[in-house]
Design a protein around this ligand. Structure first.
Ligand code: FES
Ligand code: FES
Length: 167
């Protein structure tokens, strides 16, 4: 089947198997390897991306279901001059990661959370990110990072506006 999906501002049409997961499409067809796959069964959140403004576990969505959608992955978060997104910067400054495996999904889920709730409490951050598992940090610094990112204002809950390019 043919799908036409805009990823990080680049629209492309590809031939895909009907059962191909969006997570595999992003990694194998689009070559965007920042989106990690930890479980393939909707449990860990490592594969979280933003689809049409909502954070979504990309292993729960078929590529064909994303036909026509706008998808943002971690690779698309930085600004046009490579400046880090406020959530990325906060994760770095607050040491919100150790091994980093969960981090791309955690950052994308945090952007989605901050879009819904621009100034969450600790508890709201924990509840909002409960679908994202981290084996290393104990979550404390992740919560701090998300709350620090909130101080950056509305930009923390937004994905960069990238100019659409047809390829
Ligand atoms: S790989 Fe998608 S939730 Fe774990
Ligand atoms: S930093 Fe290692 S799994 Fe989260």
């Amino acid at each position: 089947m043919q799908v036409s999906i805009t990823v990080n501002g680049q629209q492309r049409t590809d031939e895909v198997e009907p059962r191909l997961l969006l997570a595999h499409y992003l990694r194998e067809v689009r070559g965007l390897k920042a989106t990690n796959i930890g479980c393939d069964t909707t449990s860990c959140g490592a594969c979280t991306v933003i689809v049409d403004g909502l954070s979504v576990k990309s292993c729960t969505v078929l590529a064909v279901q994303a036909d026509g959608a706008q998808v943002t992955t971690l690779e698309g978060l930085a600004g046009p001059d490579g400046e880090m997104h406020p959530v990325q910067r906060a994760f770095r400054e607050e040491h919100g990661l150790q091994c980093g495996f969960c981090t791309p999904g955690m950052v994308m889920a945090a952007v989605g959370l901050l879009a819904d709730n621009p100034d969450p409490s600790d508890r709201e951050v924990r509840e909002g990110l409960e679908g994202n598992l981290c084996r290393c940090t104990g979550y404390h610094n992740i919560v701090r990072a998300v709350r620090a990112a909130a101080q950056a204002g509305p930009a923390a809950g937004q994905v960069p506006q990238v100019q659409e390019v047809q390829a």
